[in-house]
Design a protein around this ligand. Structure first.
Ligand code: DGL
Length: 268
């Protein structure tokens, strides 16, 4: 047993999809969530910057004495794989577990990954998935630069015409095609899952990178006897607008009032 908290981070609210998945899998843990919304979006940034950001964000969480970290961010997970695996505290991304889950999808039809521009440009999602599938399946990567900033600004409702318009524009390259599965490679996309289904077809099989990352971290803690007790302390630190974060997180997490502390904007 290990009573130290679990740290979770993202460029903004997207990582809450990973946090919620973790809280369902491991309800008795303490959590510290860091939203780096003061530096959001991560998606258009070069890899060199993302690597530095990954370490800065983990150092910030480490200052709270966390026992393990989930980088609940596809962009960081693909750009800073090495930084995550070399970090002195066990740190998990969403990339590897998501690719393992995608590679296990039965059939030999095409698979698609939708994610930020940096995630698709890194090739880590698409090339690695192609290799994992024995180079036999068609893998299509779709960069969706508009979507994470749209969601972060509070546009998530299925009935919102702006959401419908942006989703249709982003998914135009794969609209009308059939895939054995489509990976939500950016953790923000969990908030607009229904709109993505409306666009790609109600029967599309969507896989969540956030859920896969949460499961991998849970498995690691269980296997190493590092799970916590019955405490439920959840702390939130936000480098951008704390109020906007609270308004977003509270109805989504449904754990009662969410209070976010102001975090510094770290210099690159
Ligand atoms: N939630 C993020 C991801 O999973 C980052 C989005 C962004 O900041 O561009 O990639």
């Amino acid at each position: 047993m290990d009573l130290r908290p679990i740290g979770v981070y993202d460029s903004g609210v997207g990582g809450l999809t990973g946090l919620r998945a973790l809280m369902r899998l491991l309800p008795g843990e303490d959590y510290v969530y860091f939203s780096d919304s003061g530096r959001m979006p991560y998606g258009p940034r070069p890899r060199s910057q993302l690597r530095r950001i990954a370490v800065q964000d983990m150092d910030y969480l480490a200052s709270f004495g966390v026992k393990a970290i989930l980088a609940a961010c596809g962009t960081i997970s693909s750009a800073a794989k090495e930084e995550l695996s070399a970090y002195p505290i066990p740190a998990f991304g969403v990339l590897t577990p998501a690719l393992d889950a995608m590679a296990a999808v039965p059939g030999d039809g095409p698979l698609a990954v939708i994610a930020t521009a940096a995630s698709i440009a890194s090739g880590e999602f698409t090339d690695d998935l192609w290799k994992k599938c024995g180079m036999k399946r068609e893998i299509v990567g779709v960069p969706c630069p508009e979507l994470a900033p749209l969601i972060e600004s509070g546009h998530t409702k299925r009935s919102d015409p702006l959401v419908q318009e942006c989703v249709a524009r982003a998914l135009e390259p794969i609209r009308g095609r059939r895939f054995d599965a489509v990976l939500l490679g950016c953790t923000h996309y969990g908030f607009i899952e229904e709109s993505i289904r409306d666009c790609l077809g109600r029967d599309v099989k969507l896989m969540s990178a956030a859920d896969c990352g949460a499961q991998a971290l849970r498995d690691y803690l269980v296997q190493n006897d590092l799970t916590g007790g019955e405490r439920r302390d959840r702390r939130f630190y936000v480098s951008g607008d704390t109020r906007a974060f609270e308004d977003f997180a509270e109805p989504y997490l449904k754990i009662g009032p969410v209070h976010a502390e102001q975090a510094p904007i770290m210099e690159l």
